[in-house]
Design a binder for this molecule. Structure first.
Ligand code: GDP
Ligand code: IMO
Ligand code: MG
Length: 434
């Protein structure tokens, strides 16, 4: 794979998030000038490991860790200024300074304290199948207000303090009335205190806030190479995922132009990211989920605990039906298969090639969540390998069984596996030619 030739590229998760996008964005940043986050918010948790040092980023593009590269947060992001400022400070403390190389869209919607309260309270009152299992970062309520319009706040609103205070007063009164009607003992909201705090945030972020849409236009006109960092994953996409068990943004490949503010033709290639198995956090259907010692073993070997919430991730075999769906929808050309090292030591491995439901074979990923809950995977069994892969650096040096496993994934999902990852470190990455 010739990374220098990919052009303007987007990295997209093909499953339910946590595929290893942070690591791949970090690896590809070397070949880019500007790295752009364009969807979701602090519900994302992207991990990068550089020479033993671990960084977990929620809002800043993973490419920010490379000195000299510019990071952009586009208009589609639901931005929590408290989390962002903490992240900027944290990186500064570790010797990474973002002054003059971070640009945040003034069009971003602002995650407010009542969004986080609502996310938490709402999850508390929901029961059974109505629960989504959100990250409680206020993302759903913030995007709901964005769609609702009259109760939304954008960063550009914070630069008109008097109008902002008045508007926030009206919003907070409405929120309080709704909270009082729906939840037991909601915390009181103090509109003045919130306004003071958010005006301070705006002041602290003033030098980063700008019109990123025109900045990215300028970059495209001058041939600067952009790398888009998708958050979450295709199956969590609000329109195309396993609705309602999804996040509230467009987290498939289809969300890039809108969230970033670039024309669709600006994105020249998509790199889809999958694990060599499947994971999910939160509620929702997961056909290949394992409830036995195999699932437990994947979780422990792969350290499958959430980067944002620390929740244990649900683990299962690779689902090629879901993978195919995401590849086709996103027009994914290249795929990175992550965590191949985690599968060492299994005698046999299984890949789900199709489903059955009500006695019939199903090759397509169904739209109905209740159908997806009922499907039974049809598995193909492949031989495993016992060797430790963490020091392997070429595809040819992988054990035959590991190569066959990767090639079978490639065949089943219909996209070229160009990258194989054998550990969390930047250096534990295999680039495959041809
Ligand atoms: P993201 O949300 O898609 O960026 O993924 P996360 O960072 O939430 O989760 C991926 C986890 O897997 C992180 O802890 C990474 O450090 C780790 N990781 C990434 N690639 C590999 C790999 O190939 N092998 C192993 N063992 N760990 C990996
Ligand atoms: P990254 O970018 C894994 C899941 C949550 C929950 C559902 C809705 O790290 O891959 P939300 O807080 O977004 O309203 O929660 O979506 N979810 C993720 N799962 N990785 C993520 O992001 C996720 N972002 C949201 O667990 O099931
Ligand atoms: Mg993650």
């Amino acid at each position: 794979m010739d990374l220098s030739n990919l052009g303007t590229t987007c990295v997209i998760g093909l499953f339910w998030g946590d595929e290893g996008k942070g690591k791949i964005v970090d690896v590809l940043t070397e070949y880019a000038d500007v790295v752009v986050r364009y969807n979701g918010g602090a519900n994302a948790g992207h991990t990068v490991v550089i020479e033993g040092e671990r960084f977990a980023l929620h809002l800043l593009p993973s490419g920010s860790l490379h000195g000299g590269k510019t990071g952009v947060i586009g208009p589609g992001v639901a931005l929590d200024p408290a989390v962002l400022l903490e992240e900027i400070d944290h990186l500064r403390g570790r010797g990474i300074d973002l002054t003059d190389r971070l640009k945040i869209s003034k069009r971003c919607h602002v995650v407010m304290p009542y969004h986080k309260a609502e996310d938490r309270l709402n999850e508390q009152v929901l029961t059974g199948k109505d629960k989504i299992g959100t990250t409680a970062r206020g993302i759903g309520p913030c995007y709901a207000d964005k769609m609702q319009r009259s109760s939304a706040v954008r960063f550009c609103d914070l630069f008109n303090p008097n109008e902002f205070r008045e508007r926030l007063g009206r919003i907070v009164r409405r929120k309080q009335a709704v909270f009082a009607a729906l939840y037991e003992n909601p915390e009181p909201l103090d509109a003045e205190a919130i306004a003071d705090q958010y005006l301070r945030y705006a002041d602290q972020l003033r030098n980063y806030l700008c019109d990123t849409t025109s900045y990215l236009q300028h970059c495209l006109q001058h041939g600067r190479k952009l790398l888009f960092e998708g958050a979450h994953g295709t199956l969590l996409d609000i329109d195309h995922g396993t609705y309602p068990y999804v996040t509230s943004s467009s987290s498939s490949a289809l969300g890039v132009p809108s969230g970033a503010g670039v024309p669709p033709s600006a994105v020249q290639s998509y790199v889809g990211v999958v694990k060599a198995y499947t994971t999910r956090v939160g509620q929702g259907p997961f056909p290949t989920e394992l409830f036995d010692e195999n699932g437990e073993r994947i979780r422990e070997r792969g350290h499958e605990y959430g980067t944002t919430t620390g929740r244990p991730r649900r683990c299962g075999w690779f689902d090629a039906v879901a993978g195919r769906y995401s590849v086709q929808m996103g027009g994914i050309g290249h795929v990175a298969v992550m965590h191949l090292d985690t599968l060492s030591g299994f005698d046999r491995l299984s890949i789900c090639t199709a489903y059955t439901v009500d006695g019939k074979r199903l090759d397509e990923f169904p739209a109905e969540v209740d159908v997806l809950e009922r499907v039974k995977p049809i598995y193909e069994s492949l031989p495993g390998w016992s060797e430790d892969l963490t020091s392997v650096r070429t595809f040819e040096d992988l054990p035959q069984a590991a190569r066959d496993y990767v090639l079978r994934i490639e065949e089943l999902i219909g996209a070229t596996v160009s990258i194989v990852s054998v550990g969390p470190e930047r250096s534990q990455t295999i680039f495959r030619n041809g």
